[in-house]
Structure formats: structure tokens, C-alpha cells
Design a protein around this ligand. Structure first.
Ligand code: M6R
Length: 594
């Protein structure tokens, strides 16, 4: 049920290692956390709690984990079933000898639960995941742990990355994967498993990325992968972990989000460093096919800017489809002359992965734009371009949005043979931005004093900056919890203007370009109703109550430039409201459920 992070370790200090890994996975969820580890008596001990890994650390303070030679751990993002200690993972069977952590949704859990209950099993949580341990328990009556787990996992329908431990089999953990990610690594005297490569990259340079339908036996120094259905061995080639696998710390910044906003200039330069052959291949695919972008959230907003870029730079019309809606329209638009550009920072977003699978099944080609080398999206696509901008820990996407836009500028320009020119321009823009960051930080802090008390804010723009308005509003609402709407400025008069009254904040993204005059007219319409107008522009205007000044850049680079002061605005408003911008309530960084 939950969309979560899981880790497992077998070897010395297993519990400490599993916990250390879990800390780097909290971006996947932080409602509750738990661990199951082997005690010195060889029993399984489960400790779990509502809250994040630091809450778990407190609960574990009195435990002796030094003798643990295996452990599995979990950090949860609740979907079905409330946030409670009982619903936190790991879950056990009736005997407490089997422990399981799970990321995904067991769709047939109700049928399995009734069946198991009718045979006398007692359940202690509301989760779908708990059935897994009880299924293993039943099978253990007649077979060994590996076979018992294989038979249990074969009964599951839905999405899962599972790690299971059994105190009767301290030398092996078992794992299975379908739709949710799971990576394994092994070395001298240890083996480990995790939802992404970051926890593993500290002790291994490479790992096995399990494929859907894989079952794995994890032992000290060895990994064996079987086909879950047939039980036959399958070969999985190790993949070298990318630079994005190195976990970064906050350095001197109070939050990851602020640090990552400041990394924007570097993100532009890093995203522009594409391998020429991959970029040319991607450009050829764009030239030769109809194009549709499939993405969610911030990545969708980057795709919407991409649509304008392909149109204005590349002379190409394309569409952007919300990934979760793609299955409903795919039938009529997908065939073998379609290129799906799947944009996903994490490369694990379930809606995007599903869209890509549908597209591939109907013969379409897939170009991935992702930050995570070796992610599910990276692996299933025909061609991939990587953002290269290092891990983004804050749940709110900041530097990766900037990197996505940079890559899309480069791609659109490569399509028309102007790659080198665009690379040079992006480098120039990154230098200009470097000088602007401290000023935007300060103005964001100042304006947050005004915005933090407001019940709502409206972000408007036209043309390629319309997606910037959508993104500004998303960033603002996701971390401030203030209602925010982004819209095409021309749409105001078709409804939303009714919500503008004295003092309503309107953030007008208003470059002095071909959209300027009409956007200013829309700003005037809001000002006439008493709006408090924050103009975000390279040109002061008397219609603005406040100005966020941006440098003059080439017109198609404005979305890149505007996105950053809007990130500062959201950040400072969230901090003033005492929210943790790195971990907005109810959200998670990697959305691996549909
Ligand atoms: O990893 P993805 O780019 O596929 O994630 C998509 C969205 O979940 C993500 O952009 C989300 O909207 C961000 N938290 C917004 O800041």
C-alpha cells in the first residue's frame, strides 16, 4: 500500500547499515518508519513508529542492535490506511518470525486477507502489505524460506518491491519486484538492497536493478536472481551507479531546497553537457516522428515549456499529456510514428512508467529525460538524456526544473542544427543568474512577509511563461499550503477574475517581449479590482505594487530565469509559516503509486 523507501542489509552491523540507508530514502515518504533486525539470540525484533527516521532513532536508543546480522527497514508514505504505529512497516506473520517491508499496492489483498483470516491468521494492521508475511508463514509449514517466499509472492497482484526476512534462515533475505523499484548490491561479507542506488553507493560502485517479475536471494557476498513465475535463474547485468547516486548534505544551508535553488546555475551548465551521440539520436527522433510529452507535476510544466520551444525554435507542433490521463487517450494517438518524450526527475513516477509501457506496447518510441541513471524510466526507454545535476533531496523540484528546461532548449536547438550556439547561450544565462540569486533571495524574503498571511495567490503569464505561472503556483501551494492558481493571463476574465478583490496577491510574470502589452492589460484588470500586484519583469511598470526585477535575456530563456525568483518566494513564505519546505505534508519526492 504505501509508496515508500525500503532498505535491507545482511552482514555485520546490519541494523545500523539498514538505518543509515533509510535516512537517504526519506524523500520517498516520512509518515512513519520501522526496522526488523536479528537480535543476539537470533530472534527478529521489530521497532516502528509514526514519524521520520529520527523518531525511529529515538525509539531504538535503548535497543542493542550490535549483533544484528540481518535487517530490513522502511520509511512510509501512507496511501491506504492511516498513519499509525500499527500500520508502519515492517509487518510480521502470526509467529513474529517472518518480517516484511513492502513498497507498492497489493491489489488483491482483500481476497487474500479474508482467505487467511478464515484459516485463523490474526492481522494487526489495516495494510495490504501484511498479507505477505502470513502467506509466507503458511508455506513455511511445508517448505524452506526461499520456496515459501516464492510461492507467497506468486499469489500477489499489483505493484511491489518486497524484502522479507525469516529468523529460521538468517543467511538470506529474499526480494521481489513488480513495478516498484529495487536495487541490490553485494561485496566482501555483505549484501544490501534499497529502493534506489543512493544507500548502496557508499559501499558499492555498481548494483543489480531488478526487473519486473524478478525474485532475488540476497546473501553475504552473493546475489541470485530468479524468474518469479518459473523459478529459473535470470542474468541481470550490474549497472554502474551514476554521479546522482552520491548523497549530498545541506552544507551551510538551513534546507536542501534553498541549497538546490542556489545550484541552478550549475544545473544549467551540467544539463548542457550532453553526450553528442545521444543528443543527436534524440533530435533525430524528434525530427522524424510526431511528438507527445508525458509527465507529471513540475516535469509536466517543463514539458509545457518544451512544447513552446519545439514550436518556436523547431517549428514543430506537439502535445503534452498529464501522465495519469495518458492511458485514457493513448488508444487513438499512439502508433509507431509517435515519439513519447517522458520527462521525470526521479524516473520512477508510476504514472509516467505506465504511460511509457502503453506507448511501447503500441509501437511508439520513447525518449526519457530523467535525473536518475538506472531508474526504471531510464532502463525501459529507447533513448535517454540525463539532467546530470546531482540528487535533488527537497520534495519541491527546483534545480531539476531548471535542468529540464536547459535540456529542452538544447534539444530543440539540436533539432534545427543550432546546438553549439545554444550551449554557449545557456552558459551565458547561467553566469547572469549567478549574479541575480542573492537579490532574488532577499526580495523573496521581503515579499514573503506580505504573502504569508494571505489565503490565496494567483500567478499569471502568457506564451512560454504560462507554464512558468503554473510552476510558480505549484511550488507556492506545495510548500506554503496557501491556495495558489497559475493560469494564462488571458484566462482571468473567463472566471478567476471573480476572486480578485482588494489586496489579493497577483504575481504577474511579464517579460518585455511579444506578450508584454497584453499581459500588462490583464494586470491592469486585476489592479482595477484592488489586487496587490507583484510584477516579475525585466521592465518596471506603474501597474506593479512591487517588482521582482530580472535581467534581460533572449526571449525564449525567460521561463528559465523567472522560475528561480518564484522558487525563492515560495521558499521564504513556507519558512515564515514554519513549514519544512524540504518535506511538505502529504507529499513525497518519488511517486511510485498510481
Ligand atoms: O520525479 P518526477 O519528475 O516524475 O515527479 C513528478 C512530480 O511528482 C513532481 O514534479 C512534483 O510535482 C514536485 N514535488 C513538484 O515540486
Amino acid at each position: 500500500m504505501p509508496m515508500c523507501g525500503i532498505t535491507g542489509f545482511i552482514g555485520n552491523n546490519a541494523a545500523a547499515n539498514a538505518l543509515e540507508g533509510l535516512r537517504t530514502l526519506e524523500y520517498r515518504g516520512y509518515d512513519s518508519a520501522g526496522i526488523a533486525f536479528a537480535t543476539k539470540e537470533g530472534r527478529i525484533k521489530v521497532v516502528k513508529t509514526v514519524g521520520d527516521v529520527s523518531a525511529l532513532d529515538k525509539k531504538l536508543a535503548a535497543e542493542d542492535m550490535s549483533a544484528s546480522n540481518f535487517a530490513i527497514a522502511h520509511t512510509r508514505w501512507a496511501t491506504h490506511g492511516g498513519v499509525s504505529d500499527a500500520n508502519a512497516h515492517p509487518h510480521t506473520d502470526c509467529t513474529g518470525k517472518v518480517a516484511v517491508v513492502h513498497n507498492g499496492i497489493i491489489e488483491n489483498f482483500q481476497a487474500l486477507r479474508s482467505e487467511l483470516t478464515s484459516r485463523g491468521h490474526n492481522f494487526s494492521s489495516e495494510t495490504d502489505s501484511e498479507v505477505i508475511g502470513h502467506l509466507i508463514e503458511e508455506n513455511l509449514r511445508t517448505m524452506g524460506f526461499v520456496d515459501a517466499a516464492l510461492a507467497a509472492f506468486r499469489r500477489l497482484e499489483g505493484s511491489y518491491a518486497i524484502l522479507a526476512a525469516y529468523e529460521g534462515s538468517p543467511d538470506a533475505l529474499v526480494a521481489a519486484k513488480n513495478q516498484s523499484p529495487l536495487v541490490l548490491s553485494a561485496g566482501d561479507g555483505f549484501a544490501a538492497a534499497a529502493s534506489d542506488p543512493v544507500p548502496l553507493a557508499k559501499c558499492s560502485k555498481e548494483g543489480l536493478f531488478l526487473e519486473d517479475g524478478d525474485f532475488a536471494i540476497i546473501k553475504k557476498g552473493s546475489l541470485e536472481v530468479l524468474d518469479l513465475r518459473t523459478g529459473k535463474k535470470v542474468g541481470r547485468k550490474p549497472i554502474v551507479f551514476g554521479t546522482g547516486s552520491v548523497f549530498s548534505d545541506k552544507q551551510e544551508y538551513p534546507h536542501f531546497m534553498l541549497k538546490e535553488i542556489y545550484e541552478a546555475p550549475a544545473a544549467i551548465r551540467l544539463a548542457a553537457m550532453q553526450e553528442p551521440a545521444a543528443l543527436e539520436k534524440a533530435a533525430r527522433l524528434v525530427r522524424e516522428n510526431r511528438v507527445v510529452f508525458v509527465a507529471c507535476g513540475t516535469s509536466r510544466h517543463a514539458s509545457l515549456v518544451g512544447r513552446y520551444l519545439f514550436n518556436r525554435i523547431g517549428g514543430k507542433f506537439c502535445e503534452v499529456v498529464v501522465a495519469s490521463e495518458f492511458p485514457y487517450i493513448a488508444k487513438n494517438i499512439v502508433d509507431d510514428d509517435l515519439l513519447v518524450i517522458a520527462v521525470s526527475q526521479s524516473g520512477e513516477t508510476a504514472d509516467v512508467i505506465e504511460g511509457v509501457k502503453i506507448a511501447k506496447a503500441r509501437g511508439a518510441k520513447v525518449l526519457a529525460i530523467t535525473n536518475v541513471v538506472g531508474s526504471s524510466l531510464d532502463r525501459i526507454s529507447d533513448c535517454a538524456l540525463h539532467l546530470n545535476c546531482g540528487p535533488e533531496i527537497g520534495v519541491a523540484a527546483t534545480k531539476t526544473f531548471v535542468a529540464q528546461l536547459s535540456l529542452l532548449y538544447l534539444l530543440a536547438s539540436t533539432v534545427v542544427g543550432k546546438k553549439d550556439d545554444e550551449k554557449r547561450k545557456l552558459d551565458e544565462v547561467s553566469r547572469i543568474l549567478e549574479n541575480s540569486l542573492p537579490g532574488w533571495d532577499a526580495v523573496g524574503r521581503k515579499l514573503s512577509q506580505r504573502l504569508a498571511k494571505e489565503p490565496a495567490a494567483y500567478f499569471i503569464a502568457r506564451g512560454p511563461n504560462f507554464p512558468t505561472a503554473l510552476e510558480g503556483a505549484l511550488k507556492f501551494k506545495e510548500i506554503t499550503y496557501i491556495h495558489a492558481e497559475g493560469m494564462a493571463a488571458g484566462e482571468l476574465k473567463h472566471g478567476t477574475l471573480a476572486l480578485i478583490s482588494k489586496g489579493t496577491p497577483v504575481i504577474a510574470i511579464c517579460p518585455n517581449d511579444y506578450t508584454h502589452a497584453e499581459t500588462i492589460s490583464n494586470v491592469m484588470e486585476t489592479a482595477a479590482r484592488g489586487a496587490f500586484v507583484i510584477g516579475c519583469s525585466d521592465e518596471p511598470n506603474s501597474a506593479f505594487d512591487e517588482l521582482i526585477a530580472v535581467p534581460k535575456v533572449e526571449e525564449h530563456h525567460f521561463p528559465l530565469v523567472f522560475s528561480i525568483p518564484l522558487q525563492f518566494l515560495a521558499y521564504h513564505t513556507a519558512v515564515l509559516r514554519k513549514n519544512n519546505p524540504d518535506r511538505p505534508r502529504n507529499l513525497a519526492k518519488s511517486v511510485t503509486v498510481k
